[in-house]
Design a protein around this ligand. Structure first.
Ligand code: CTP
Length: 429
């Protein structure tokens, strides 16, 4: 099968010129270069944009020395070069795309879930160490067989039959993140898990307990970047994989609704952190602490998740329809934005939900026209009194009691007059 036309048609011109340069350099060094991984899958599906997002990220395998080749290319072009000599890998960063170059290698796993030991190998070895047959194909870039598909594990046939299939029975135990990846691809592409693969996945799901929180969190983030993350999460729950990550996690209708609402227009898009907040929304505060530990959650995200649940317990206070804007402001101003978003999504059709949206879209941006400098010109020195006046001005703005600069100035003069009356009389001594 010759795919050179597909490559030429779908990849951007600048990238193709760079591939041409790599081909020439590699030929001069007596090395062979192949396009591998997701881009090959997506080219065969006729959907290379799936891989790209905003940037093309190309994976190349070199039968030879990837680092030496990348160094030669970097000398001729405008790419930033990053090398990992010990792993035989290099990254070339161009303005609108990235090329990851790796020396063809073989991997062995000392024990389930461990990181692999890597030794140089052939292209076939390199494809065999990969997750699924549909990701284990290569396209030759060499001048004499440019566009030739190398498909030793029947990836093309699995693409046609719309199947996700592992290459060998130890695949999931070698790398349990593949359990989450399998479901992610299955849902993204509308494929099914091949029967034996589904059996192996269920058999090996307990091995997920042996991998680090960072690795699980990263895979969840990738799921949350998909178009319909709720589909993958729901299927992970059906497969009882979600519960291995945390026994209290469920993919009930509430979770699905929250996820769907989170990706409607007007909501912050593709924000994995928001989906973490929505995933654990129904959990108790104490259970969430276990989840945060299991995922080794970074402080910023942990703060947003804790705030989400804390705000959830306060929502009844936001239910009163007669709340003034300044009261809504006071109730909400200390919370993390993600916690506000998550609660607005979760309680969309209630009064609390409306108040949350009002805060997010308008109230939180309200500032008085007068700032500290303007108040100084009115004779107020910086300090607690100025802070108090600024807060009162904002409150008055929020509640529509003032709407012009002049009204703010009048209110400021009134407030200073009241304050001076409150001040104790100077001691006559
Ligand atoms: N890979 C693997 N096992 C993993 C991660 C990656 O075998 N746990 C291999 C697959 O061949 C995959 C390639 O490395 O195609 C590149 O990984 P990644 O960038 O995560 O996947 P892509 O398929 O390129 O991209 P995407 O998932 O975004 O479509």
């Amino acid at each position: 099968m010759n795919l050179s036309q597909q490559v030429e048609q779908h990849l951007p011109g600048q990238l193709l010129r760079q591939i041409g340069e790599i081909r020439t350099q590699a030929a001069g060094r007596g090395e062979k270069v192949y396009l591998v991984g997701g881009i090959v899958r997506d080219l065969l599906l006729g959907e290379p944009s799936l891989n790209s997002g905003l940037r093309f990220d190309l994976d190349l395998v070199i039968e030879g020395d990837a680092v030496g080749l990348a160094q030669d290319i970097a000398e001729t072009g405008q790419a930033k070069l990053l090398t990992h000599q010990q792993f035989g890998t290099a990254r070339l960063d161009y303005e609108s795309f990235t090329m990851d170059m790796a020396t063809a290698r073989k991997e062995t796993y000392a024990k389930p879930g461990a990181l692999p030991a890597v030794t140089p190998g052939t292209l076939k070895d390199d494809l065999f160490r990969r997750d699924f047959s549909i990701n284990a194909m290569a396209i030759s870039l060499a001048a004499d067989d440019y566009g030739h598909l190398i498909d030793p594990y029947q990836g093309r046939s699995d693409l046609e039959h719309r199947l996700i299939r592992v290459l060998h029975p130890r695949s999931f135990s070698d790398d349990p993140t593949r359990i989450l990846r399998a479901v992610r691809y299955e849902q993204r592409l509308g494929f099914a898990l091949e029967a034996q693969t589904a059996r192996l996945l269920k058999r090996d799901a307990p091995v997920l307990d042996m991998i680090s929180g960072d690795r699980i969190r990263h895979e969840l983030e990738l799921i949350f970047r998909e178009d319909r993350p709720e589909c993958a999460i729901s299927h992970l729950a059906e497969l009882e994989v979600l519960q291995r990550i945390d026994p209290s996690l469920t993919a009930d209708k509430g979770m699905v609704d929250r996820f769907q609402r989170a990706r409607q227009p007007g909501q912050p898009e593709g924000l994995p952190s928001l989906f973490f907040c929505l995933l654990v929304y129904a959990l108790s505060i104490s259970r969430v602490e276990q989840f945060l530990i299991r995922l080794n959650t970074p402080a910023k995200l942990a703060h947003a998740i804790r705030d989400t649940l804390r705000l959830k317990t306060e929502l009844t206070k936001l239910e009163s329809p007669s709340l003034k804007p300044s009261e809504i402001y006071d109730l909400l101003q200390e919370y993390d934005t993600l916690a506000l978003e998550a609660n607005a999504i979760a309680s969309e059709y209630s009064t609390a939900g409306r108040h949350l949206r009002l805060f997010l879209t308008e109230l939180r941006y309200v500032r008085p026209t007068l700032n500290g400098e303007a108040l100084k010109r009115l004779g107020i020195s910086s300090g607690p009194e100025m802070g108090e006046i600024l807060r009162t001005l904002r409150k008055a703005r929020l509640d529509g009691e003032v709407s012009t600069k002049e009204e703010e100035e009048r209110l400021t003069i009134y407030l200073t007059a009241c304050n001076s009356h409150k001040k104790p009389e100077p001691d006559p001594e």
